[in-house]
Write a protein that binds this ligand. Structure first.
Ligand code: UD1
Length: 429
């Protein structure tokens, strides 16, 4: 397995182009199952999770054509043409769902279009149990008959789904996306209350509208969806990745550097930008993105709680913790979305951080400096937090088991080294 070696110290200076958002791209890819016409998606990031979803769609009978690699020196976002012309296979197998939980996003569209779907249960994952009970309850409210057998969800709606009023007891991004896609082809009106307001959910709504869906309230916590008989093809560009932008924003603040995040969207990273400013960094909107520069004096500790959008994102929690690890004073980070998302803490402590976890909160007492070490990547955002720690640490850091990074960060070493980081990938055997 590959590892990444970093020699910490240099402030990051320069420009980084922000890729299309992985978490927006995954439901958008699944949306192709809703129509027999071609859905063309551009600005798709080059990532392992995107390849996994494309593989799953191909298994389900979707014709996936790919281009766009040749433009812009080979690094423009990819363009996929996706055509689910035939009512093909309706089973999403364990082998693929196991690799990526977001595979469950094919459930709503398959069921809505074919009246039947069989999707492997995703099981637990490193950051918590992450059940999909809310997806299933809500689909049942739309009239689906759902059974769990032999590790698979079997959902049937032979006479089609019927619109209903669904109140999510807690905010679920994937649940809102699955239901929005299912309701787009259901008969009558569906109301999704306490819906997720994440930009990736709004991006999906915009694409579905371009495909002919009737959806009101995109980006708010109440979605009104009036089902239509069929949807058509569309051309759609994936929104920029706010978590990738946020990660590089932290890298700039952490190393006392100055980065232009080209294509980054200030309106999508406001909670993080406020936190960085409170910590002493400078964050400004520019004509082509966002600029972040390090603090003039020492960084200051800040208290943060993760929340659904527009609150501080759980997907930025590990990265912010690295910044707090070297800030002056104490900080408290409370994780309210996932129950087991502090796996980076022991690794950061091995690099000299002073962090104590009490239930859902981590108390971080800033230290002068982190020191390089051999560390192990666990989940995606925890992995990138170790990269950030390595960039700021004294000496050499080697991060093992980096395949998680390839799931979510496009050309990470290349983007960072172009801005002065001393970072290289060591190919595993
Ligand atoms: C998505 C993102 C992930 C992000 C998360 C929260 C994708 C591909 N992934 O994950 O990066 O960290 O949103 O912003 O977009 N829950 C239930 N039952 C359910 C569904 C969710 O109890 O049926 C719980 C989860 O265990 C978790 C919380 O609700 O504690 C939020 O989960 P959810 O918003 O659904 O996350 P994902 O869509 O899986």
């Amino acid at each position: 397995m590959d590892s990444i070696r970093i020699r910490g110290g240099p402030p990051l200076m320069g420009a980084i182009e922000i890729s299309g958002a992985k978490n927006a791209a995954l439901p958008l890819l699944a949306a192709c199952l809703l129509t027999g016409e071609t859905l063309t998606l551009s600005n798709l990031p080059h990532l392992a999770d995107i390849a996994t979803m494309a593989h799953l769609l191909a298994e389900l009978g979707v014709d996936v054509s790919m281009n766009g690699d040749a433009c812009n020196g080979g690094y423009a976002g990819r363009v996929f043409g996706l055509t689910a012309a035939r009512a093909g296979e309706t089973t999403a197998p364990y082998e693929l769902v196991r690799r990526m939980r977001a595979s469950v996003l094919v459930l709503g569209p398959l069921l809505a279009r074919n009246g039947y779907a069989r999707v492997s249960l995703p099981g637990g994952c490193a950051i918590g149990t992450r059940p999909i009970d809310l997806h299933l309850k809500a689909l049942a409210q739309l009239g689906a008959d759902i059974e769990l057998e032999e590790g698979y969800i079997t959902a049937r709606a032979p006479n089609g789904l019927k619109g209903a009023h669904v109140l999510f007891p807690m905010v679920t991004v994937g649940g809102t996306e699955n239901l929005m896609m299912a309701a787009a082809l259901a008969e009558g009106e569906t109301v999704l209350a306490n819906a997720a307001r994440e930009p990736e959910v709004a991006d999906l709504a915009r694409c579905l509208i371009a495909m002919g869906a009737h959806i009101e309230g995109a980006g708010t916590d109440t979605l009104h969806i009036t089902g239509v008989k069929c949807l058509r093809g569309a051309d759609y560009t994936v929104v920029s990745d706010r978590i990738e932008a946020g990660t590089y924003a932290v890298a700039a603040a952490l190393t006392g550097g100055d980065l232009q995040l080209i294509g980054g969207r200030m309106d999508l990273i406001e909670a993080l930008a406020d936190t960085l400013v409170n910590a002493g960094a400078e964050v400004t909107e520019t004509a082509d993105g966002v600029r972040v520069s390090g603090a003039q004096g020492p960084l200051r500790g800040v208290d943060v709680m993760t929340e659904p959008f527009p609150g501080f994102p759980t997907d930025m929690q590990a990265q912010l913790m690295v910044l707090m690890a070297v800030a002056k004073g104490a900080s408290m980070i409370t994780e309210t979305i996932f129950e087991n998302r502090f796996m980076h803490v022991p690794e950061l402590c091995r690099m000299g951080a002073n962090i104590n976890v009490h239930g859902a909160s981590a108390i971080i007492r800033g230290v002068e400096e982190l020191s390089g070490a051999q560390v192990m990547a666990t989940d995606l955002r925890a992995s990138v937090s170790l990269v950030l720690a390595g960039l700021a640490a004294k000496g050499e850091t080697v991060i093992n088991r980096v395949y998680h990074l390839d799931r979510g960060y496009e050309r990470l070493e290349e983007k960072l080294s172009a801005c002065g980081a001393v970072i290289e990938r060591i190919k595993g055997k």
